[in-house]
Design a binder for this molecule. Sequence first.
Ligand code: AMP
Length: 280
Amino acid sequence: MQVFHSAEEIRQYRDYNRQQGLSLGFVPTMGALHEAHLALSRRAQAENNLAVVSIFVNPTQFNNPEDLERYPRRSEADLALLRRAGMDAVLMPSVSEIYGDQVKSEDLDLAGLDQGMEGEYRPGHFAGVATVIRRFFELLQPTRAYFGEKDYQQLRVIEHLNHSLKLGVSVVGCPTERNAQGLALSSRNFRLSEQGLRDAEAIYRAEDWARSQWGKLSPQAIKEGVWQALAASPLRPEYLEIADTRNMQSIEAAAAGQKARIFVAAYCEEVRLIDNLSLL
Ligand code: AMP
């Protein structure tokens, strides 16, 4: 497994493989890898000649400096996992390799997909995500790139970015990986106690209830029920939305042709967790 730290090494790897006519599957991550990252990586391996993972904790997508500082980092364990999984290459550039001496986001038009939910509660988050993904797409020019539905709004933002800037990558959305109790796998779960992990299951339970009520109760009544369930649990809900995934706008009344999902952000033991579930 090759490990690249500089932008120049990544360009050389790209050009060499392009000359050989090899397809390249790319999985961008922030490290602290778990089974969901490996599921994306396996899909990249299955669908491409070469599979590449990046590990880069992107400073510009953190609106809160403490959150950035506390984000779990475990690069040795990550590299061992990726080696065992048979990945071809890992990109681990420094912040200056990606940003030079200007660590800031570009002003990109994200068609309003970045406005509500994560965009509202983490101002600047998607500008940071779009900036770093654009940079990686341009550096590596992958054939396909794999993103989890766990971060659904991010997936939609990147699909738009890729399309509007004609970056030429096939963006592939992959289903959310959950544990047996339904809790979405997340690097942030590493910061939860055993009790916290059990408490966090309330998110999926509430979403699953919402799905069972879709078409029976109004979106507003479903949101109220979910909010009450979460507020009565040890979690502290931050936002709750039922949105149409085509434009990420809130759904006030169910209508034909919608692709409705419920989106939740909640704190558990001071760790901020997000999840979403298709209601259809
Ligand atoms: P992260 O390291 O959290 O930035 O995640 C890297 C990629 O893995 C993103 O595309 C995430 O959406 C995806 N991912 C993280 N957790 C999950 C999960 N539980 N299921 C599916 N994809 C996930």
